[in-house]
Structure formats: structure tokens, C-alpha cells
Design a protein. Structure first.
Lengths: 326, 366
């Protein structure tokens, strides 16, 4: 077993999937010779050749549309958008085609594709490189949305995403691409695409988050533990479909919940979770559900980007507000 | 039986050779003897290059974020700026500093943008110009829209947009050509073909012999010029802008140059690009040939060169100092995240703004 980073786990999962299934191909801008601008596809073209790891012309709409076409004909394309901002032109093909293909042909055609891209802020990147658009994709019927937050979850979830018979948007939290190393066995074991992962057990408060905010959330949990508060931390991991059972079961025990997301608050995934808690968890709640989110603004350029994103202090303050309600 | 219903050709224009000699004095445009203009533009090309080196150095020392270099593109960029009138509209991609300096954008403003501060986009150039555009080729359609506005209002103004060889593969670029053709818009689309879209070479974008012919396919007059030859670039821009201003419609110019730098400071071109290709490209770069020409014509000499380089160094250092001073001593407060979102702040954002003010130092620049 090797100690690897999240991005190395992404590479490893693609390599594994390509070894076990000849219909898996990787395509995108700079994914071949260059191995991806973050090195996510490093070495893959050397291993599998330029017909399975394809450097595309610079055209995101083309990448998305061609990916739908390939998938409809029995291939398993894993497309890369170079950054979250560059996934925006692809929305037409995801919304109007990928997510509808199976349904509108009554199962005659399907779309077993993966669209991967690095998302989120915090790495001093230029404009349009730092957004967290998971809610846009989660709002699309027929599309699964997955965001890993550790090397082992990246490996298992990406393998599952590639093997899944339907389209999956796989968002990679680039701020934590190289944050932690973890033992990851290249055993081909996938993780389920419909469950949350409980990272820490607690009895006083449930913190729910996903992606790179795991980092600040765990730090906030540490601080709260020092105050004597027992904190449960849940990594949602699969945004769509959302595993509310795990979250509700936790809130039934703790009675208090704070949801943390890097994306803007308005109509975000945190709001969806809060609405589900209001629906199915209301009688277990001892306090209002709080959301700690990015602001409903444009992601600022990098000099102010960390002020935009939820800080440990903002999470701890929200937690304490929730804990003060008796 | 078949008959030819359409045929096309693409002309390539070059007036100044890499050795600094005019290729064919008979067909050389008059501007080749306008030494005041050429010396002025040579100075701006040199300044742009000195600026570029400083910006890369600032990035390497942690004082600037990712920066997209303009090294090797100076003739193309300066010609674009010099051919435009102030009332024309420029929709750049993200490395056309030479054009923007001509139009009054300050160097410290370019640094602010790449230094992660939105105030760089509130630049001193024409207020109607577009800001830098990272989503590839989208600016082409905005320029087409600007041209549409001028046409509808019967203003003798022209919109100019720049796209790269990679960007010419995008629908936005092709759709801009199509719209300009359908509506006869006062638009000039410039493909600055520097041969590389990050790691993907021009040959992998498509097998078309030229990118200019994409304009012809859409019904626009289109030419190719040597993008390292300031005279050719300027001649083509002057011609295209004049035609557009006179209501004759849009024009596509492909300027053939070479990206002598990495794509950005976040890139390492050694991973994918042969060094001998880069070395060979240096023999064709735009500054040396223009300097040789001006020197041979007796309007430039070693003394003026040394004087210029000293001036550029001082000017660029002042700009860098100004930038560092702004971000160090006058950073944008957290409220700046909110204050330009709408003409007036909606109630929900006002609430979030007040909340953010309670965390002014949280997660600050690090």
C-alpha cells in the first residue's frame, strides 16, 4: 500500500479503470502529453497511448458534446474540464442531453460518462478558477454529483463513478489535492455513490460538510472538543443523490446541526440539507439549523478569497450559537 | 457534373524579414517610412517586454499570483493598440498588455489584476473597454455585441477582439464571425496564433492550413500576417479598422507569432515543448528585427537603445513599487466583496456584508 495524495488517488483510480475496461478513455485539454495542469492524468498517456488519453482541441462545448456521443455508443469517457469555470459552457450538454438521454429514449440509449474538474478556491488561482458550482449540477435531473475529500474516498468514489451506468459530475477539491497522504490500496474496491461518511462520532453537535471545507470543519471540531463539546463530523461526499438517512440519524442523536459549504448560500446544497432536516428531522432538533457558507457574491480574486470562504472561527461561532439554544 | 461554386485563397503578408531588411521595397506600405510612428511603437514594444520580465520576477518572488506572459507577442499586441482609436472598443483575452498600454492601461493595474485585486480591472484605459477575459474566446461575442451597439446607434466606432489559436477552436469565435457576417458588423477579430494552447500545438487543433480561413468560411475577408513583423501587423490592422469604420463590415486577421514563454507562470513548457523549437523561434522574434531595421535606416542607435532600456527599467520599477504599495498599505477591505455586485446592495447581501464585517481578518491573504 502506498501513501498517496488525493490527486494521486484520482490518477490511480483512472489508471485502474482503464486497465480493467478497454472502453474507458480520458479526454480533455492538456491531459495527454502534459499530464493535466494539476498532473491528474500524469503518466496515463504513456501507459495507454494517445487514443485512450486524448488531448482535445480547446473547446469545452465540444468536449462535453463529444463525451455524450461517445458514451451513448458504449464507451466510458472520462472527460476533464480544466477548471470549474470552464465547465460552464458544458452545462448545455449535461442538462439537455446527458441527464435526459436514458429517460427520453426509454432506456434505449444511456450516458455512462464522467465529467471531472478541479473546483473551489484557496490556491491563489486567477479569475474563474476558484468557484464551487456543485449546486448547479446537483439541480440537474439525471446527473450524479460527487465530491471526495480524502485520498481513499477519491479513489473509491472515482472508480464507482467511472463504472456507474449514468453520468457523474466528479468535482475535485483542488485546495486539498495535496493536503494529506493516506494509505490507499489499489485493489479496485469502489465506494458507494449514495452514502455520507461519518468522519468523527459525537453526541452534542453534527457538523455536515464536503470537499475542501472538511479541513476547516475538522479544525473547528477540534476547537469545540477543547470546549468540552462532542462533535460528529459528516462528509456528504455524494451531493446527488443525497444520503439524508445518515444525517438525520446523526441529528436524532445530537439534536443540533451546522452545515458548512464553500459555495454561495442561496439555493445551495446546504439549503437542501437544511430543508430535508426541517422536513424529516424537525422533532429531533433542539436548535435552528445554521449554514456557514460562501457569500452570495462573485468569488473574489485571490487576495480576498479566504475572507469569502468559511473560516474556522465562523464555523465555531455558528456552532456556539446553535449550542446556546436550550 | 460538378462545378466549383466557391473557392478561396488566404494571402500571407510580411514586409520586414527577421534580418531587419524590407523584403520587397516596391510593395512596402508607406508606414514603413513613418519612422516617428515606428520608433514610438518600438519603444512601447520594449517597455512591454521589460514589464513582462518584471511581472514574472514578481510572481517568482511571491509578490504576484499566476501571470500570463506576453513574451514574443509584442509586435502583434502593440500594433492592435496603435491602430485603434480611443472611442473604439477593445475586448482582449488576457495577455495583450502592449495593446492596453497604448490605450492607457497602467502597468500597476495589470499587476493588480494578476495580483488578485479587482481594482486592476477598473483601469485607466478607455472606460468602455472590456476587462481581461479568462473564459476562452467568449470575448469575441462581446466584441460582436459592442459592434452591434455601434452599428445600431450609427456611431463610427469599431470593436476589436483577440483570440488565440486554441480559442479559434471554440464556438464563441466561430459564432462571432457568423454574427459579424450576418449583420455586417464593424468588428475586427485578431487571431494571435502563437502556436501553442498550453501544451496543445497548433497542429492538434485541426488540419486547416490557416486559421484565417475560418473567417472566409463565415463570409468575412480574412488574411494572415507575420505576427512578428510590426509593419505587417500595423498595416493589416489599419486596413481592417478603416474598412470596419466605413461600414464595410468585419475582418479577420491571423497574426503568426510564437509563445516564447510558458503559458503562464503556473505552467512548465519544458514538459511538452522541444527546446530547439523555442530556440529557433527566438531568431524570428519581433524586437530584434525592428531594431535592426530602424538602426539601418539611421533613426535608432546603440545610444538610444541604452537610454530606452534604462528608462523602461525605471518606469517598470515605479509601477511595481506602486502595485506593492497598494496591496500592502491599501488592501481592499472585506466589504469590497459586496460593494460592486449590484447598482444598489440588495437586503440579503446587506445582511451578509454586515456579518462579514465581523470577520474582517479571517482567512486573510496568506
Amino acid at each position: 500500500m502506498a501513501q498517496i495524495t488525493l490527486i494521486e488517488a484520482v490518477t490511480l483510480a483512472m489508471k485502474r479503470a482503464m486497465e480493467e475496461d478497454a472502453s474507458v478513455v480520458v479526454l480533455g485539454e492538456d491531459v495527454g502529453v502534459n499530464g493535466g495542469v494539476f498532473r491528474a492524468t500524469a503518466g496515463l498517456q504513456q501507459s495507454f497511448g494517445d487514443e485512450r488519453v486524448i488531448d482535445t482541441p480547446l473547446a469545452e462545448v465540444m468536449i462535453a458534446g463529444v463525451t455524450v456521443g461517445m458514451a451513448s455508443q458504449g464507451m466510458k469517457p472520462v472527460a476533464e474540464a480544466q477548471f470549474c469555470g470552464f465547465s460552464m459552457p458544458m452545462i448545455d450538454h449535461l442538462m439537455c442531453h446527458a441527464g435526459r438521454l436514458r429517460n427520453r429514449t426509454r432506456g434505449r440509449l444511456s450516458c455512462p460518462m464522467v465529467l471531472r474538474f478541479p473546483s473551489g478556491g484557496g490556491i491563489h488561482a486567477p479569475e474563474h478558477h476558484s468557484e464551487s458550482p456543485e449546486a448547479l449540477f446537483a439541480h440537474m435531473p439525471g446527473i450524479r454529483v460527487v465530491i471526495p475529500s480524502s485520498p481513499s474516498r477519491a479513489y473509491g468514489l472515482l472508480l464507482a463513478a467511472i463504472r456507474d451506468p449514468d453520468p457523474v459530475v466528479f468535482m475535485e477539491p483542488k485546495r486539498i489535492y495535496r493536503w494529506q497522504r493516506e494509505d490507499v490500496a489499489d485493489d479496485g474496491e469502489e465506494l458507494p455513490l449514495d452514502v455520507c461518511f461519518t468522519l468523527r462520532d459525537g453526541k452534542d453537535l453534527t457538523l455536515v460538510t464536503w470537499g475542501a471545507m472538511i479541513k476547516e470543519t475538522l479544525q473547528a471540531a477540534d476547537q469545540l472538543e477543547k470546549q468540552g463539546i462532542s462533535v460528529e463530523v459528516i462528509d456528504v461526499a455524494t451531493i446527488s443523490p443525497l444520503d439524508m438517512d445518515t444525517i438525520i440519524e446523526s441529528v436524532e442523536r445530537t439534536g443540533r446541526c451546522v452545515i458548512i459549504q464553500e459555495a454561495p448560500r442561496h439555493c445551495g446544497v446546504a439549503s437542501e440539507i437544511a430543508a430535508n432536516l426541517a422536513d424529516a428531522g424537525i422533532f429531533s432538533l433542539l436548535a435552528p439549523v445554521k449554514r456557514v457558507c460562501g457569500y452570495d457574491t462573485v468569488m473574489p480574486l485571490y487576495r480576498n478569497e479566504m475572507k469569502y470562504m468559511p473560516s474556522v472561527r465562523r464555523i465555531v461561532d455558528a456552532a456556539n450559537q446553535v449550542l446556546e439554544v436550550s | 457534373m460538378a462545378r466549383t461554386v466557391a473557392a478561396f485563397k488566404v494571402d500571407h503578408f510580411q514586409f520586414l524579414g527577421p534580418d531587419g531588411k524590407l523584403l520587397d521595397s516596391q510593395h512596402t506600405p508607406a508606414l514603413a517610412k513613418d519612422f516617428d510612428r515606428l520608433c514610438e511603437l518600438y519603444k512601447l514594444m520594449s517597455l512591454t517586454r521589460v514589464f513582462d520580465k518584471k511581472a514574472v520576477a514578481l510572481q517568482r518572488t511571491g509578490k504576484l499570483g499566476t501571470y500570463a506572459s506576453s513574451l514574443g507577442h509584442e509586435a502583434a499586441h502593440v500594433a492592435i493598440g496603435a491602430a485603434m482609436a480611443e472611442e473604439d472598443c477593445f475586448a482582449p483575452m488576457y495577455r495583450e498588455y502592449g495593446a492596453q498600454f497604448y490605450r492607457g492601461v497602467k502597468m500597476s493595474e495589470v499587476l493588480l489584476y494578476w495580483g488578485g485585486d479587482e481594482r486592476g480591472n477598473a483601469f485607466s484605459g478607455p472606460r468602455h473597454d472590456f476587462a481581461w477575459c479568462v473564459p476562452i474566446a467568449t470575448q469575441c461575442l462581446h466584441a460582436a455585441g459592442a459592434a452591434m451597439a455601434y452599428k445600431l446607434r450609427k456611431e463610427a466606432r469599431v470593436a476589436v477582439s483577440v483570440v488565440g489559436d486554441g480559442g479559434s477552436s471554440k464556438g464563441d469565435f466561430l459564432e462571432a464571425i457568423n454574427a459579424a457576417s450576418a449583420w455586417k458588423l464593424p468588428l475586427v477579430l485578431v487571431i494571435v496564433n502563437n502556436q501553442w494552447a498550453i501544451s496543445v500545438p497548433r497542429s492538434k487543433q485541426n488540419t486547416a492550413t490557416t486559421l484565417a480561413q475560418k473567417g472566409i468560411a463565415g463570409g468575412l475577408p480574412s488574411i494572415q500576417v507575420d505576427g512578428n513583423d510590426l509593419i505587417a501587423c500595423l498595416w493589416a490592422m489599419d486596413k481592417a479598422i478603416k474598412a470596419a469604420r466605413e461600414g464595410k463590415g468585419a475582418f479577420v486577421i491571423e497574426m503568426m507569432t510564437y509563445r516564447l514563454s510558458d503559458h503562464t507562470t503556473a505552467d512548465d513548457a519544458r514538459r511538452y515543448r522541444p527546446q530547439d523549437e523555442v530556440d529557433a523561434a527566438w531568431d524570428r522574434e519581433p524586437l530584434i528585427r525592428l531594431r535592426r531595421y530602424l538602426m539601418a535606416e539611421g533613426v535608432w542607435d546603440e545610444g538610444s537603445e541604452q537610454e530606452l532600456l534604462a528608462e523602461c527599467a525605471e518606469f517598470v520599477q515605479q509601477a511595481a513599487d506602486e502595485y506593492v504599495d497598494i496591496v500592502t498599505n491599501n488592501p481592499q477591505p472585506v466589504t469590497a466583496i459586496f460593494d460592486y455586485m449590484y447598482a444598489s446592495l440588495p437586503h440579503d447581501l446587506a445582511e451578509q456584508r454586515a456579518y462579514a464585517e465581523k470577520y474582517p481578518e479571517d482567512g486573510g491573504h496568506h
